[in-house]
Ligand binder design. Structure first.
Ligand SMILES: Nc1ncnc2c1ncn2[C@@H]1O[C@H](COP(=O)(O)OP(=O)(O)OP(=O)(O)O)[C@@H](O)[C@H]1O
Length: 855
């Protein structure tokens, strides 16, 4: 008889819950979730004998066996008395990479040979929570299971069978029950858009009756009978640009990505090393043309208004009948087709294909959100989705990026600007697809012409379609055009920044069969992410950042937190300061932090890096930049000056460092940048940290041998900044980034020209900081303002600062200080050298090209 194997379950913890009714969408847990083992009592005895050897005696009062299990580590693996050490490991457990916890958490050993396959499966059925180097954590939720059923066509048996075979111990009963119940109820009720009206549809009339008698849903039904009609037919499809598409080459796919493979094949391959695991292999149900009885069936429906859609969806979810929202675009004969295909040179990358397969997995378009890191090509994913559906498209982007742009700057009139992201979307559509430029129009405050022909694409901003006050006649006409027709696809860019209320407005104005949300960071500090499940759809796919970096699609980044001790004078002021906002200024302006910044800039410039220094605080931004003789950009910097600075950063090897305020957090495409230094940031914002990192993920040199980009966060020691810094890193740590802590920068003391080495210098700086009012400690407003439709107004946005009478306090010294630190911005204004002349010519030429492109 083989010796009994015992499980050392990792940090999985759940509270004991009663067995009363479980609300829909949640998992019930119970103590005996894993109680498949017949010899539990005997096992416990065995176990306690082994463990007693290592027991730290807790006193004579402890009587139960469980309470005696107190070795040095078990406290990390158990919580509230739950003990998983009795679990029996399955044969071949070494090859099985998963631990499934009754609370829906799944831990995966990423070093297991089967990890790539398991990961493919887990990204289909669950949501990635954390993916550091060795252990990955996923969570099964009702939404993730619905997405799995909808996109991969998996049955509950497929899901459970696969999970069981990957799992080291039996899958908890609560999980099996949850998977079964959740997946069985999916697809019974559908939301269908017909003739610009919304219908709740089901093949089961009783199901509809049940909804109509519901107190919340019943009153939302618009007048009219429950309608009966034939159900549409399902057909297979090919996503353009993928390996099945005729005439289009496919980018080489990485073996671990299992791109284009179905889950069945992935699981089958995964199971090969462990023969005893080769039981029944689950199969993905294929939708074969003509092999479908559904068209024989009758569907019943009732109508609801566009405004009620979200409420009905939420209510149905709570009742345990989630609404599926799928678009059988091939069968849509009412809406005109759009003549659009990917150009032959377009080679969809493996992860882009995987994400699209999640959207179109069952031959229909499923609404939802695709999460890819910055610079990984979300635009092309959106374009490919459009080329698959081939119906009219609306793209909505944030106007945030109008704040800072350069390469595609476009002046329509002398002083007005078109949103960069809108221009970029249009330009990318033209670059990647064969769309007739006349069929793609931009709707901005400057351009209000619709496309030519029956079908086409409109690119606009969230604010343009949601702002209702003061619309011009032309805007109103354009809105009527947008609202008066059905759209095949609505692409929602940067979904993480747009407030839920704004989405609601958009979705009630624009009727679209399918919605695709795109983002790099599905993170919101306001916890509104779950609303997006109903407003747009579930998360369909989230790429693994580390994997993409390994493949060279984004840069590998070394992250470090540099601890800068506070100089004594600053620390005393910091501790004594009563104004909480002003307090922050002391740790941002800490001279030791300044020195670290100076040292790192010097070090990386010598290495040939191009450096962006980020500071949310405008006072600090200017002080640092002036003192170091570097150019800087913030909200008040005029457009011309921004362009000049950014172009110099790109092309001029004398300009290797620029300082940016938070306006550069997103949508800034500077592939030259290889190093980031953060001196001040927005408290604990994980999203900002990730977006900032995104600025160097596009690094041009990313595929050079041994290349690494660098991300430094400078933190003043023993201040509140330490706490925020830790919080900020959480998202990136979950993506697998390891933050090194640097407590001392070797050689900093010997650096020639290091500032603030004398007490006099530090005191001078301290005085200038003390003179600032608390406004100087505030940060620039962020992109939300734009997302909410506020037009950019540099004057209103800039942080106000009082004019410090430094001369009164420190005599001529301070004036001399200001004199010494001439603005690099002004220096870059020089237009007389051959370099600047060339730069100006290039800029003019580009502007003309872009203007021509938009006409
Ligand atoms: N399959 C592909 N083949 C070649 N180039 C690609 C592919 N996908 C994306 N790219 C290129 O990668 C770059 C980044 O793409 P894109 O701007 O869409 O990234 P993003 O994910 O939207 O980034 P961000 O979140 O920072 O806006 C672009 O230059 C784009 O043309």
């Amino acid at each position: 008889m083989p010796a009994k194997r015992k499980a050392g379950v990792p940090a999985v913890a759940a509270t004991k819950r009663s067995r009363t009714a479980t609300p829909a969408g949640s998992i019930s847990e119970s103590e005996d979730d894993y109680s498949d083992s017949e010899n539990e009592a005997a096992e416990e005895e065995d176990m306690s004998r082994v463990i007693n050897k290592f027991t730290i005696k807790q006193g004579e009062t402890e009587t139960s066996t469980a309470s005696k299990i107190h070795d040095a580590a078990s406290k990390f693996f158990t919580k509230k008395g739950r003990d998983n050490t009795h679990l029996q490991l399955k044969p071949g457990h070494q090859n099985r990479p998963l631990w499934v916890d009754p609370n829906g958490t799944i831990i995966m050993e990423s070093f297991s040979p089967l990890a790539p396959r398991a990961q493919e499966f887990l990204t289909t059925i669950g949501e990635p929570q954390s993916r550091p180097q060795y252990l990955h954590e996923y969570k099964i939720t009702a939404h993730s299971l619905y997405a799995a059923v909808a996109s991969a066509g998996l049955t509950p048996q497929d899901l459970l069978g696969t999970l069981e075979r990957f799992s080291k111990v039996s899958v908890p009963k609560s999980i099996a029950k949850f998977i079964k119940e959740t997946t069985e109820s999916y697809g019974k009720i559908k939301l269908v858009l017909k003739d610009n009206r919304y219908f709740i549809e089901s093949k089961d009339p009783q199901m509809l009756q049940r909804l109509l008698t519901d107190q919340e849903i019943g009153p939302l039904r618009l007048q009219g009978d429950v309608v009966k009609e034939k159900a549409p037919q399902m057909r297979g499809l090919v996503i353009p640009g993928t390996k099945e598409a005729a005439g289009v080459k496919q980018a080489v796919s990485h073996p671990t990505m299992a791109a284009g493979e179905d889950i069945a094949a992935a699981v089958e391959a995964a199971e090969r090393p462990a023969d005893d695991m080769l039981a029944e292999v689950p199969t993905v149900r294929e939708e074969e043309e003509g092999d479908d009885d559904e068209d024989e069936d009758t569907v019943h429906s009732f109508e609801i208004s566009a405004e009620s859609v979200e409420t009905v969806q939420k209510r149905c979810f709570t009742l345990g009948f989630p609404i599926s929202e799928e678009y059988a675009f091939r069968d849509d004969t009412k809406n005109p087709d759009l003549n659009i295909d990917l150009r032959p040179h377009a080679r969809i990358r493996s992860y882009q294909e995987v994400s699209l397969n999640k959207m179109f997995g069952n031959g229909r378009a499923k609404s939802g959100i695709i999460v890819l890191p910055c610079g990984a090509g979300k635009t092309l994913v959106g374009i490919s989705a459009g080329c698959t559906i081939k119906k009219s498209i609306v793209v909505l982007a944030t106007s945030a990026s109008r704040i800072l742009f350069y390469t595609l700057e476009l002046y329509c009139k002398a002083d007005t600007l078109i949103s960069m992201s809108v221009v970029q979307w249009r330009q990318q559509f033209i670059q990647w697809s064969n769309i007739d430029p006349d069929q793609i129009a931009v709707f901005t405050s400057e351009n209000k012409a619709a496309f030519k022909g029956d079908a086409g694409i409109i690119v606009s901003t969230y604010s343009m379609v949601t702002q209702t006050r003061g619309r011009s006649h032309d805007s109103e006409k354009m809105m009527q055009f947008l609202m008066g027709r059905e759209w095949g696809l609505l692409i929602l860019d940067e979904v993480h920044v747009v407030p839920a209320a704004m989405f609601r407005k958009v979705l009630t104005s624009i009727n679209s069969h399918a919605k695709l949300g795109l983002t790099a960071t599905l993170l919101r500090e306001d916890d509104k992410v779950s609303d997006l499940n109903f407003l747009i759809g579930p998360k369909l796919y989230e790429a693994n950042w580390m994997e993409l970096a390994e493949l060279g699609h984004i840069a590998k980044v070394q992250c470090a937190e540099v601890w800068c001790p506070m100089s004594p004078e600053f620390y005393t002021q910091y501790l004594n300061e009563q104004d909480a906002r002003k307090k922050t200024l002391y740790y941002i302006m800490n001279p030791r932090k300044f020195q670290a910044c100076q040292f790192l800039i010097d070090h990386h410039e010598k290495r040939g890096d191009k450096i962006i220094v980020f500071s949310d605080n405008v006072f600090a931004l200017q002080q640092y930049a002036l003192k170091l003789g570097k150019a800087y950009i913030f909200g008040e910097t005029p457009q011309q000056e921004r362009m000049r600075i950014l172009e110099n950063f790109q092309l001029n090897d004398q300009v290797n460092t620029i300082f940016l305020s938070k306006i550069g957090d997103t949508s800034l495409d500077l592939p030259e940048a290889t190093c980031l230094i953060q001196i001040s940031s927005h408290y604990g914002s994980r999203r900002q940290e990730a977006q900032r990192l995104g600025r160097i993920l596009r690094a041009k040199r990313r595929n050079d041998e041994g290349f690494n980009a660098f991300f430094y966060s400078l933190v003043s020691k023993d201040t509140a900044e330490m706490y925020y810094s830790n919080k900020r890193q959480a998202f990136l740590v979950d993506q697998g980034y390891a933050f090194k802590v640097i407590t001392h920068l070797q050689g900093i003391e010997k650096m020639p020209g290091l500032h603030f080495t004398t007490l006099a210098e530090r005191k001078e700086l301290l005085e200038s900081v003390m003179l600032q009012n608390s406004e100087a400690a505030s940060q620039e407003k962020d992109d939300f303002d734009n997302a909410q439709g506020l037009s950019y107004n540099a004057k209103r946005r800039g942080a106000k600062r009082s004019k410090g009478k430094l001369s009164e306090l420190s005599g001529g010294n301070t004036m001399a200080y200001m004199e010494r630190n001439k603005s690099k911005n002004k220096e870059l204004k020089g237009g007389k050298s051959a370099f600047f002349k060339k730069l100006n010519r290039d800029t003019e030429r580009r502007k003309k090209e872009q203007k021509a492109m938009l006409q």
